[in-house]
Design a protein around this ligand. Structure first.
Ligand SMILES: CC(=O)N[C@H]1[C@@H](OP(=O)(O)OP(=O)(O)OC[C@H]2O[C@@H](n3ccc(=O)[nH]c3=O)[C@H](O)[C@@H]2O)O[C@H](CO)[C@@H](O)[C@@H]1O[C@H](C)C(=O)N[C@@H](C)C(=O)N[C@H](CCC(=O)O)C(=O)O
Ligand SMILES: Nc1ncnc2c1ncn2[C@@H]1O[C@H](COP(=O)(O)OP(=O)(O)OP(=O)(O)O)[C@@H](O)[C@H]1O
Length: 496
């Protein structure tokens, strides 16, 4: 790209050296720079990008954007000094990618729980309806059926713009993004113009980062505030009327709000809900009449997620029958109360619940169907070096199961005992075991299981690793469980 065109947007404090005519690449990662590129030094939580100038120089960077004095070979490299490099990369990213979000319908989904589920339901319905669609979030960046790995739920600002541009180039009509509170606060969505913003819920999580629920709620509110004020644009807030925080989100925007709910009066409401172990049926009350919805996902929380997706797609302009028909065939979302296919005398689910509310909802999804003499065994862990206040609250909710195994979920540098004992302090009964080593915890679940029991392995969901120290080790709850179950119950497993 022409350098002057790229830099026109930037408030430059000082330029040292000679700018090249063209820039071949833009990055904030010295490990990813290519010859002729521009490297922006970002001060992160862990390291300072200004310390990687030498690597960028060696890799062929031609321009460096910095906010602190740096030393380079000024014959070869131009340095642009700005006040704030994080702000600079946001501005540069939008110009570099040519404001791609304006060229598609952009849907943002926020909330403590349900972001991955809702965004993938929307994507699945659109794909089922024959549209080209992209979705980004915890599971990765899915571009019209091809999955790319991502580091964060909401990627950094440059990666975000590059993903949206790629979706535009691939001819996608819609991109749905999971919007985390971290992403909003850190400005990762700068330059992303959303058309539809969805709010799911706000419950205890991430208080290590946000401090209070109020500040956490305000962070989520940014998605709605950032819809803007240009009333000539057709933008819609889609809000969960069952969550009290929805009125706060409504206050954050002047665009119309479409509501959905199960327990509250809402524009899109689910009634006559039939929750089963193999799927769910409900009546959908809408401004355009009533419809019967059938889907393969289980639990009341999935009804809420489906309502959010239906309401958003209606706001986008789809006819209701065209939304609910593909929904009927949609496979359950990976790692979200996903039943492991086996011919064992056990029912096994893999789930991603790692907040108190999600644990409560996951258990409630199966408890009513537990055979009379059987147990519900629930395995839950928390991450090390992260929000510690949520541990006892999570265990309190897990106590709804008959037998609970308290373990770790990416212990990082924290000792196992510190995690499991803080979890144990919230248990309301004594039918539990603390087993910090997650593999041993999974094996223990099978050891204590009898024919007819239900086991939920919670917290890992789609993830296939466990982070110990700073190393990612391969780990699959389902594979370990099936291997152990094969020893105990014999052969004939169909599962993964
Ligand atoms: C606390 C936090 O937000 N951390 C994010 C942040 O990392 P950081 O500030 O530590 O980055 P850093 O390692 O200090 O690097 C600073 C700069 O130096 C550069 N660098 C670094 C090393 C090098 O060799 N060369 C180099 O140029 C980096 O590219 C970067 O530009 O910037 C990184 C790049 O964008 C993110 O991947 C990282 O997310 C980490 C992995 C993380 O765990 N984040 C969590 C808290 C988070 O954001 N979670 C939410 C989901 C929450 C939910 O469950 O709802 C999310 O959206 O993912
Ligand atoms: N609407 C909901 N309300 C409460 N719990 C939910 C809801 N949807 C899903 N869950 C529970 O939360 C877990 C995580 O769901 P999902 O991945 O969709 O949420 P998320 O917001 O993307 O989570 P994360 O922010 O950690 O990526 C699920 O495995 C399920 O147990």
């Amino acid at each position: 790209m022409n350098t002057k065109q790229l830099l026109a947007i930037l408030p430059v404090k000082q330029l040292v050296g000679q700018l090249p005519e063209e820039i071949t690449d833009l990055t904030a990662d010295s490990r990813a720079i290519s010859a002729g590129g521009m490297f922006v030094c970002i001060e992160g939580f862990t390291v300072d990008g200004h310390n990687y100038v030498k690597q960028a120089e060696e890799a062929g960077a031609r321009v460096i954007v910095a906010s602190k004095p740096i030393k380079v070979d000024s014959e070869r490299i131009a340095v642009i000094y700005v006040d704030n490099t994080s702000r600079a990369i946001s501005l540069l990213a939008s110009v570099w990618c040519e404001y791609p979000s304006k060229k598609m319908t952009m849907i943002g989904v926020t909330g403590t729980n349900g972001k991955t589920s809702v965004s993938n339901i929307i994507h699945g319905i659109l794909m089922g309806a024959g549209e080209r669609s992209a979705v980004s979030g915890t599971i990765g960046f899915n571009l019209d059926g091809v999955l790319y790995e991502t580091e964060n739920t909401t990627a950094d600002v440059l990666t975000t713009q590059k993903m949206i541009r790629q979706a535009v180039e691939e001819g996608c009509d819609t991109m749905t993004m999971e919007v985390s509170s971290h992403g909003l606060v850190e400005g990762r969505l700068a330059g992303t113009e959303f058309d539809i913003a969805i709010f799911m819920n706000l419950t205890h999580d991430h208080l290590d980062f946000h401090g209070t629920m109020e500040s956490y709620g305000n962070a989520k509110g940014l998605l709605f505030a950032q819809l803007g004020q240009d009333l000539e644009k057709r933008k819609v807030a889609v809000l969960n009327a069952d969550d009290p925080w929805h009125s706060k989100m409504k206050e954050m925007t002047s665009y119309p709000a479409f509501t959905f709910g199960i327990h509250s009066d809402a524009m899109f409401r689910a009634t006559d809900i039939d929750l089963r172990t193999d799927g769910t049926t409900f009546t959908l009350d809408t401004p355009e009449g009533n419809y019967t919805v059938e889907m393969r996902m289980i639990g009341e929380f999935s009804v809420s997620n489906a309502l959010a997706a239906i309401t958003a797609l209606y706001a986008k302009g789809l006819a209701i029958p065209d939304i609910i028909e593909p929904l009927r065939y949609l496979a359950p979302i990976k790692g979200r109360m996903e039943r492991v296919e086996t011919d064992l005398p056990l029912t096994i689910y893999v789930d991603y619940a790692h907040s108190a509310d999600a644990i409560e909802k996951a258990i409630a999804a199966v408890l009513p169907y537990k055979p009379a003499q059987s147990k519900l065994i629930f395995i839950i862990g928390t991450g090390g070096n992260r929000d510690r206040k949520k541990r006892p609250v999570m265990a309190e909710k897990a106590s709804a199961a008959d037998y609970v195994i308290l373990t770790t979920d990416d212990p990082r540098d924290e000792p196992y005992d510190s995690i499991t004992s803080e979890l144990a302090s919230g248990m309301t009964h004594d039918q539990f075991a603390c087993i910090g080593d997650r593999e041993a915890a999974v094996r223990h679940a099978i050891e204590v299981a009898d024919a007819g029991d239900i086991i939920i392995f919670a917290g890992k969901g789609h993830e296939d690793f466990q982070i110990i120290g700073s190393t990612k080790y391969p780990h699959s709850d389902a594979s370990i469980a099936l291997e152990e179950a094969e020893k105990k119950f014999g052969k004939g497993l169909i599962g993964k």
